[in-house]
Design a protein around this ligand. Structure first.
Ligand SMILES: [Fe+2]
Ligand SMILES: [Fe+2]
Length: 431
C-alpha cells in the first residue's frame, strides 16, 4: 500500500504532540492521508479519509489485520492466504475482497477493524515516546474502502480502556505492596500447628510414651483412624493378616510414619480461603508427591526416609500460608507467582520454627531451591530439591543431573521410583 508522489504534511515527536491530540486534529480538519507512528522499533499506520479511519496496520506480530482475524478465530490460516492472494489478483483491498466474497458481513468486518484499531491505540496512548509523520496521498487501492470508523469514538473507547487497565494495575500493585510489607514484617497471624500433631510430637519426644498413648490421641479423630487403618492394610505395609485395631496399625507402621500420615491429613485443614482452595490443593498434592518420592529416594542414598518424607511434605508450606493470606484479593497471575517465588521458602521456614519442627526440617524448607546454602543438612536438602524438580516438571524435564550425581543416584532407578510414587499417591488420594 505504498503511495507514489508522497507529500509530507506534518511531522514531529509524540512527546510534543501526543497521539490523542494528533488524532483529534486529523478528525477536526477532515484530513485524508496516512499517519505513521514509529514507536519502539515497530510502526503503526492509520489510513484516514475525510477525518475517518478507513484502515489500520501495524508491524507488530499479530497486529496485521489478517493475523488479527486468524487469532480471533474468524479466519483459518488457509483462508487468510487465499484472501490475500485473491485480493492481489483482483487488485482490490483486502477488506473489500472479504466483503465481496461474503467472508464477513459489513458489521463484523467493521467491528473487527475497530477492535484492532483500539488495541493499537491503547498501546500508543500508554507511551510518550516515538515520532509521527502524516502524508498524502492515499493509495488508490485503499481509497473509498468499505469500512469507515469514527475517529472520535475510537479515541473515547481506547482512553476508557486505558483508564480501566490503569485502575486494575493500581489495585494489583496495592495488594502486592500490602502483601510484601505484611510478609516482610511477619505481621500476620501464623497458622497454629494442628492440635493432633503437636500432641503426637510430645509423645514421640518422650521416651516413656507407648503406642497406647498415641492411640488415645488419635482415637477421637474418625477421619484419621480410618486413614491409618487403610494405610496399614495397604500393599506398602503388606504384613501378615488384616489389621482392624488402631493400636496394631500404629505398631505396624511405626511412630514416625504415623506422624507423617497425620501431618499429611492435617495439612488439609490449612485451606481456609475458599477462593484459593484449588491453588492450595494443588500445592498440597505436589507436597505429598514430593514427600513420597523423597522418601523412596532417601532409601537409595542412605538418608532418613521418614525425615525426607516430612521435608517433602512441608517444603512449600510457605505457599499455603501466603495463598491463605491473599484470600479474596485478586492478583494478576504473574505477580502472584513472583510473590510466591520470592517469599515461600522464608515464610515456610518461619512457620516450621514456630511449630517446633526440628532444625533439619526448617533447613529443608528454607533451602529447598538452593541446597548449596544448607549446612550439615545439605544432602537431604538436595534430595528434597531434586524430588521437587521432578514432581514440578516431570522426570524428563525436571531431573537435575548435577544433584543426581551429587546424591549418587541412578537415572533408571529414579525413573522407576517416580512410577511407584505416582501409584502410592493415587492410593493415598483414594484412601
Ligand atoms: Fe518451592
Ligand atoms: Fe514445590
Amino acid at each position: 500500500m505504498k503511495p507514489r508522489n508522497v507529500r509530507l504534511i506534518l511531522k514531529g515527536e509524540i512527546e510534543f504532540m501526543p497521539v490523542y491530540d494528533l488524532l483529534q486534529w486529523l478528525e477536526a480538519n477532515r484530513k485524508t492521508g496516512i499517519l505513521n507512528i514509529t514507536w519502539t522499533e515497530t510502526s503503526k499506520t492509520f489510513y484516514f479519509q475525510d477525518g475517518e479511519i478507513i484502515f489500520v496496520s501495524s508491524q507488530k506480530r499479530g497486529q496485521r489485520f489478517g493475523e488479527f482475524l486468524v487469532s480471533a478465530g474468524h479466519l483459518t490460516k488457509e483462508e487468510l492466504r487465499a484472501a490475500l492472494e485473491g485480493s492481489a489478483i483482483e487488485g482490490i483491498c483486502f477488506t473489500e475482497y472479504l466483503l465481496k466474497n461474503n467472508v464477513f458481513s459489513p458489521d463484523t468486518l467493521r467491528d473487527m477493524l475497530s477492535r484492532l484499531a483500539q488495541q493499537i491505540l491503547i498501546e500508543l496512548f500508554s507511551s510518550t515516546q516515538g515520532s509521527f509523520s502524516f502524508y498524502t496521498p492515499l493509495p488508490e487501492i485503499v481509497k473509498n474502502g468499505p469500512v469507515r470508523l469514527c475517529t472520535g469514538h475510537l479515541i473515547f473507547e481506547s482512553v476508557r480502556k486505558v483508564d480501566e487497565l490503569k485502575r486494575d494495575n493500581d489495585r494489583d500493585t496495592d495488594t502486592i505492596g500490602w502483601l510484601r510489607e505484611t510478609l516482610s514484617k511477619e505481621d500476620f497471624r501464623l497458622p497454629p500447628l494442628p492440635d493432633t500433631i503437636s500432641r503426637l510430637q510430645r509423645i514421640i519426644s518422650d521416651e516413656r510414651s507407648t503406642f497406647r498413648d498415641a492411640t488415645k490421641i488419635l482415637m477421637s479423630d474418625q477421619i484419621i483412624t480410618t486413614r491409618i487403618l487403610k494405610i496399614a492394610n495397604s500393599p506398602f505395609y503388606a504384613g501378615a493378616g488384616k489389621i482392624d485395631s488402631l493400636h496394631a496399625a500404629i505398631a505396624r507402621i511405626g511412630m514416625k510414619e504415623l506422624m507423617n500420615i497425620v501431618t499429611a491429613v492435617k495439612l488439609k485443614d490449612m485451606i481456609v480461603s475458599p477462593s484459593q482452595k484449588e491453588r492450595i490443593q494443588a500445592v498440597l498434592d505436589d507436597a505429598i508427591l514430593t514427600a513420597f518420592l523423597s522418601k523412596n529416594l532417601a532409601e537409595q542414598c542412605g538418608e532418613d526416609p521418614e525425615e525426607a518424607f516430612l521435608g517433602g511434605l512441608l517444603h512449600d508450606l510457605g505457599k499455603t500460608v501466603i495463598l491463605n493470606l491473599i484470600g479474596e484479593n485478586i492478583i494478576d497471575d504473574d505477580q502472584l507467582e513472583k510473590l510466591l517465588d520470592e517469599n515461600h521458602a522464608d515464610i515456610g521456614a518461619l512457620i516450621a520454627r514456630k511449630w517446633h519442627f526440628p532444625d533439619s526440617i526448617q533447613e529443608m524448607i528454607l533451602y529447598h531451591h538452593n541446597y548449596q546454602e544448607a549446612g550439615d543438612t545439605k544432602k537431604i536438602v538436595a534430595l528434597i530439591q531434586f524430588s521437587d524438580g521432578i514432581i514440578f516438571k516431570g522426570v524428563d524435564n525436571g531431573l537435575d543431573e548435577e544433584i543426581m550425581n551429587y546424591l549418587n543416584l541412578n537415572r533408571d532407578k529414579v525413573t522407576s521410583l517416580c512410577q511407584e510414587t505416582a501409584d502410592a499417591f493415587k492410593y493415598l488420594k483414594n484412601a
